[in-house]
Design a binder for this molecule. Sequence first.
Ligand SMILES: *[C@@H]1O[C@H](CO)[C@@H](O)[C@H](O)[C@H]1NC(C)=O
Length: 258
Amino acid sequence: MAKFLALSLIISSLFIGLVSAEWNILNQRWGKRKGIVEENLKNYCESWRINVELNNIRGFSVVPQECVEHVKKYMTSSQYKADSVRAVEEVRLYLSGCCTFKGDGKDSWIFDIDDTLLSTIPYYKKHGFGGEKVNASSLEAWMMRSKAPALDHTLELFHEIKNRGINIFLISSRKENLRSSTVDNLVNVGYHGWTSLTLRGFEDELVEVKNYHSKVRQQLVDEGYRIWGIIGDQWSSFDGLPMAKRTFKLPNSIYYIP
Ligand SMILES: *[C@@H]1O[C@H](CO)[C@@H](O)[C@H](O)[C@H]1NC(C)=O
């Protein structure tokens, strides 16, 4: 019996030895494992990003820390540009056959401002790229300087739509006190000839941004305007009633405005 016990002890220690040897081998392959971990992280972050765009992930206040680099890479990449250009191309395609423009001064189109007409990427480059909670006062101070660059592809679209005789309404969640800096900024980079610019007044700050946007659309519809489309980077610019005939979403994985 004692002999048998001793034997089984030897055998089991051999097994443990084998198992730990396996672990050692795996550890020696760390380089490959690290590659797998990186691949998984890339997949994880890209699926986070795409689900933000699909509006499955809503109301995030910061980009997950492990994905900040990924978001930064995307938002400064040629892919981000290509995706935005494609969205604008789809607007053109839609406009070529969508609508019976009456030319009675009531045909209209809505644009967002931030990350639709103007880019806030230069600001976020210096402020954590979505990985930090938005500091409204520092963001507004940056907007006050009127230095945001245009998104070139949207700038072209803006003028094409205007030249068709369609009214352009700019609706932004920027606050009313930013009006003159916003107008200066828009004009400086080449936007002009919009019909009206709506910013958030004091009472609008008390409601959710999506309700503010739909209230402004309701006012336009009440005044007889036909809203053929909206292009924006936030789902809150499209949500609720009345709806535009179509909406076009530009990518933005840095922040989410509910
Ligand atoms: C927000 O930014 C301002 C500078 O514009 C700074 O003074 C303030 O401490 C910041 N607040 C937070 C919570 O980081």
